[in-house]
Design a protein around this ligand. Sequence first.
Ligand code: SAH
Length: 350
Amino acid sequence: MNIQSMTRAEIAAVLGEMGQPVFRAGQVFSWLQKGVRCYEQMTNLPQSLREELSRRYPLYRPEAVRRQESRKDGTIKYLWRLADGNCVETVLMRYHYGNTVCISSEVGCRMGCAFCASTLGGLVRPLEPYEMLDQVLFTQLDAGLPVSHVVLMGIGEPLDNLENVLRFLELVNSPEGMNLSMRHISLSTCGLVPRIDALAEKKLQLTLSVSLHAPNDAIRDTLMPVNRAYPMDALLAACRRYYGATSRRISFEYAMIDGVNDSEENARELIARMKGLPAHFNLIPLNHVEESPLKPSTRSAVARFQSVLEAGGIPTTVRRTLGSDIDASCGQLRRKYNRAHPIPDGGAAP
Ligand code: SAH
């Protein structure tokens, strides 16, 4: 395993085999968690150890190949190139409660949602734990802004890469590292039911977001292929189990698509489906993706939908669209970049 994905205890085991005292593990771990990507900078290590580590465990850092800052709202979007040449996107959003980094969990995605740019080229590979952590660390370092919140809502399906995501969470939550509170982390899923149950077992204090986008199977089937494997009843039952296990209210994402899922009748059906499940809804006007015929709902349709949900007792927020002038959503920047800079040996998806 890459040393940058290791916990402090695992680094201790590695260093122990090299005949090093236990306290060195804490030193190495906290340097790595600060984003130091060169052993020479680990100034409290003996020179011989720095050399041995750099032979055995070469360090990688992502390179920012694009950085775009929104003039409207200060949102910054990064396209990072990873060690193997693949690229992923990270977005830094500035909210009143703190700076939030939206990270990718996979290179590409295999979930196939009809409205999403990230999935158009399929899945290339899952991200390693350190590649998720680096998006947080290097965004913070480059922007010079302290990051207090992380959302796993970038490219990829985090629950399709659960093991690595759990390890990333452990690293970013670590007191000797970024020490980000689980309560400041959100994880968004399209609805992989067995993985929602697996996550529930961990009883983490993070916020689970579920991308619902429809009030019934007929509509959801047309938008999200995952719904054929795990239809809405099964998904909402898993959400109820998740709430039972964690006592954490679930946040539901609902992209408003003109004439598809945005009628008052759709809202009323949704209220009926959600009975007895403590929830919060985020309505997001669809972000138009070039390759798709789907269009965002009108402002008035969004407002009407919100008032029906609220009247039905479901707290509902209409999300501002941040960074719309910099393609700051859903795989659009990576896609443009890959089209302009194809990797010859098939490293990146089209
Ligand atoms: N795979 C995860 C997380 C990544 S997508 C998931 O499905 O939740 C993050 C959120 O953006 C999801 O709610 C997703 O449905 C939504 N999304 C994707 N493309 C979008 C678009 N074009 N407009 C609005 N929301 C979109």
